[in-house]
Design a protein around this ligand. Structure first.
Ligand code: AMP
Length: 297
């Protein structure tokens, strides 16, 4: 495994590999790696000859400076994990490599994809994400880009950016990896108190209740969203930021819910912001009622 810090490290790495016909897969991360990241990396490893992972805490995507400062960083541990996964290249740039003097470009996706969900609560966030990923793609030039559905809006925004700018990369979306009680894996989970961590299981439970209502034929957003809020409110430690039902492709609000609906929410627990979502497929709702937990959708 090679640790690459600069643009010229990347050039050397790829010329050493004689990139020619080899399929290169890329997994951008902010480090503090967990099972969710590892699932993306394993998928990439299974589909590509060369896997490159980046670890970079991108300052321009944080709407609050203190969030950026307290973001967990443990490079040693991450590198040990990546070595075990047999990743060939890890790109760990400093700020001056990502944003060298004179850097003046911003990439901004507009329209319904960034009108709801997290966008109004995190001004500038998706612009920061699109800008950093566009530059990372320019530096690494992968054939495939692996993104998690855990950050579903980010996935759709980046997919749109790739299409609109005709970037020569295939976007691969990967399912959300969850803890045994359903909570989506996230580096932020470590910041929860034991009580907060227990309460956090209600997020997925609430989304699953919404999903099964829709699968049973409920079409009213008002009814479904109110039920989800009700389940969340059963936990006094949960503060709801938003609960929304939108079209899973366009992210526009949906008037009648059905298959193809994305149910998504953001909550605050112990001051930690957690997001999650579920896409409603046409399925058999009985499966939900007989489920014993620990199963991913
Ligand atoms: P981050 O390090 O939070 O920027 O995430 C890097 C990538 O990992 C993004 O594409 C995320 O969507 C993805 N990711 C984070 N958590 C999970 C999870 N629990 N399951 C699947 N993918 C995830």
């Amino acid at each position: 495994m090679k640790v690459l810090k600069t643009e010229s490290d990347l050039h050397q790495f790829f010329s050493g590999l004689r990139r020619g016909r080899k399929k290169i897969g890329f997994v951008p991360t902010m480090g503090a790696l967990h099972d969710g990241h590892l699932a993306l990396i394993r998928r990439c490893r299974s589909e590509c000859a060369v896997t490159v992972v980046s670890i970079y805490v991108n300052p321009i995507q944080f709407d609050r400076r203190e969030d950026f400062e307290i973001y967990p960083r443990d490079l040693e541990k991450d590198l040990a994990l990546l070595k075990k996964e047999k990743v060939q290249g890890v790109f760990t740039p400093e700020d001056a490599v990502m944003y060298p003097p004179g850097f003046s470009t911003r990439v901004r996706v507009e329209g319904p994809l960034v009108q709801g969900l997290c966008a109004p609560h995190r001004p500038g966030h998706f612009e920061g994400v699109a800008t950093v990923v566009a530059r990372l793609l320019g530096l690494v030039r992968p054939h495939r880009l692996y993104l998690g559905w855990k950050d579903y809006q980010q996935y759709r925004v980046l997919e749109r950016m790739v299409r609109d700018l005709a970037l020569p990369v295939q976007v691969v979306g990967c399912p959300t990896v969850r803890e045994s009680d359903g909570l989506a894996c996230s580096s932020r989970n470590l910041r929860l108190t034991p009580e907060g961590r227990a309460a956090a299981a209600a997020i997925y439970r609430a989304l699953k209740v919404g999903q099964s209502m829709i699968q049973l034929g409920e079409t009213s957003p008002k009814v479904v969203l109110e039920k989800i809020r009700e389940v969340l409110r059963e936990e006094k430690d949960i503060k709801i930021q938003y609960v929304e039902a939108v079209d899973a492709e366009t992210l526009s609000p949906k008037e009648a819910l059905g298959p193809g609906t994305l149910l998504a929410c953001a909550v605050l627990i112990d001051g930690v912001r957690l997001i999650d979502n579920i896409v409603v497929e046409s399925g058999r709702p009985e499966e939900f009622f007989s489920e014993k937990g620990g199963k991913t959708p």
